[in-house]
Structures are given as C-alpha cells and as structure tokens.
Design a binder for this molecule. Sequence first.
Ligand code: MN
Length: 232
Amino acid sequence: MSRDFAVSPSPTVELAIDGSSSVFPVHRIYCVGRNYADHVREMGSDPRSEPPIFFSKPADALVPSGTDVRYPPRTQNLHHEIELVVALGRGGRDVPAAVAPALVFGYAVGNDLTRRDLQAAAKKAGQPWDVAKGFDASAPVSRLRRVEETGQLSQGRIWLEVNGVLRQQADIADMIWSVPEIIAELSAYFELRPGDLIFTGTPAGVGALLPGDRVRGGVDGVGTLEHGVVAP
Ligand code: MN
C-alpha cells in the first residue's frame, strides 16, 4: 500500500560509485571553511587563530559531474572552490579521531560554489552564509571512489582548471584539519549519518567563474570533476 503524501516527496539524492552498480544515497552535505593556510591568508585571516568553521548545503544542491551549472541569480561574483569530499558509510556522535577513519565510505571531488559577494556582505554584517553557500546547484561532485580502492587519504595533489588554465593547485597534506580531525569535531556538533558528505575546504587560488566557462578539477587517486557554467 503506497503512502498518501500530501505533495510529491523529493527523490533521494544519489551519487554514482566508481566500478559499482550501486549508488550512494546522500543524507547531508557538510562543509569546512578555512582549512588550507594559504587560502585562509588570501581571505585575510590567521590560519591558526580559530577552530574549523562548519556550514552546510542542502543535499539536493548536489550536481553530478558532467552536468552544467546555471550561473546563479543575485550574484556578480560566483567563485570556484575545489575540495576533497569525504563520504560516510557509518555515522556516530562524539567520534574520536582515532576511530573516525572507520566511518569513511569513500572520497570524491567537489566544487564548493560560492556567491563571494554575498558571503563578503554576510561576513561584514555578521549574518549567516546560507544564500552565499547553500544555493541551488552549488555542489558539483564527482563519482565516489571507495576507500578500499583509495586507502585513507592524507596526501595527494588537488587542482582545478578553468578553460584549461590552472587556477588552484595544492596538496591535501596541507589541510590544517585532517579528515579524522574534521569528522571528530563535526560529530561533536551533529549526529553523523551514513550518507553524509563532507567538503573539507579549499586551497588558495579561488576565483570567478563566468557563463561559458569549463571547469575541471581533481584529487590524485580519487578522480576528476567536470562541469560547465551556462547562462542563467
Ligand atoms: Mn569551501
């Protein structure tokens, strides 16, 4: 007997898994701000002065690799932020960093699209970041790669190019907070669930995207993310 929903329920957000016919059902998308020292400096802060900043995007902001993103409304300054994304296969609360690797299902590559002008205005006014970070189609993500294939990641090149020109390049070894530390800290604020994705922060080199741009980015050993930006 089917449930009598008053309006059509939204479909489960899914992420493809490399080398598998099963799909990863996305629960929440968490994000870490300011996690590479060079990017913290380019944004005008001291890397060691503060604990990680967490924010989130709606799960249905996810866009699979290969799908174009429409230039969003209400911004004149859409920015790219290439990031390692961690996918959780198990959840928990107050997870110690030493146990955190056991929660990892796999890794992907994400672009934390940001309306930089709205974020700057929100920071200045002490307001929340939702409209700057959590807008529709703000989370392009590559296919997932299982941790059995990647191993636990603590180093590897992360890069992004726009129209074939390199914009961001770093090593995930340069993250201020490691993946286990991020999971531990996040789980002190939220009960983590299987299906959660965590964007782990971007290195320096963030910059503007325009309609017509082609974005490619990757993390060594994980995969490649590709998408275009198209006119609104
Ligand atoms: Mn980011």
